[in-house]
Design a protein around this ligand. Structure first.
Ligand code: ZN
Ligand code: ZN
Length: 162
């Protein structure tokens, strides 16, 4: 007899299979497991995050399989990647609203910004270079307002010498 849980799981699995096929991807058990972990992630995730989420139940899926699968998913627009610095490639599920990140070199703070914040740049690249930029999930590095204010305070401080 099928329990409620079984129904839910099997429906999800067939949904994932359909999603993979709709992106021209072959359906494999590993891809289904990884897709399930991704769809359950609320925020950004790295390959390591996904691997540790699934490792206990799926000892046969190693970290390099997760890396390769995420790269494949990215090429097929199931996830969007960005580099937040510190050798951290992170992804978000493509169903999430488009956005970008500002990353502070000094304190490591990461600020999420709306997609339209880069529209002026996109327009300018089009106007000046005839280049149609496809800006998705960008990370812009610099210094946050907090750190800049701090810096100015320090510059204003009198030095210790009498
Ligand atoms: Zn993001
Ligand atoms: Zn900062």
């Amino acid at each position: 007899m099928e329990t409620l849980t079984d129904t839910r799981v099997s429906r999800a699995r067939s949904d994932y299979a359909a999603l993979l096929r709709s992106r021209g991807l072959r359906v494999t058990p590993q891809r289904i497991v990884i897709l399930d972990a991704i769809a359950g992630a609320h925020d950004h995730f790295s390959a390591e995050d996904i691997h540790s989420a699934i490792a206990d139940d799926n000892p046969g899926i190693n970290l390099s399989t997760v890396y390769r699968t995420l790269e494949t998913f990215e090429r097929h627009h199931l996830v969007r990647r960005t580099d937040l610095g510190l050798n951290r490639i992170v992804y978000h599920w493509s169903g999430r609203a488009p956005h970008h990140h500002l990353v502070c070199h000094a304190c490591g703070r990461i600020i999420e910004i709306d997609d339209d914040a880069l529209q002026a740049l996109t327009r300018e690249l089009e106007r000046r270079y005839g280049f149609h930029a496809d800006l998705q999930h960008q990370s812009v590095f610099g210094h946050c307002a907090n750190c800049l204010n701090h810096q100015e305070d320090e510059e204003r401080l009198p030095n210790d010498k009498p």
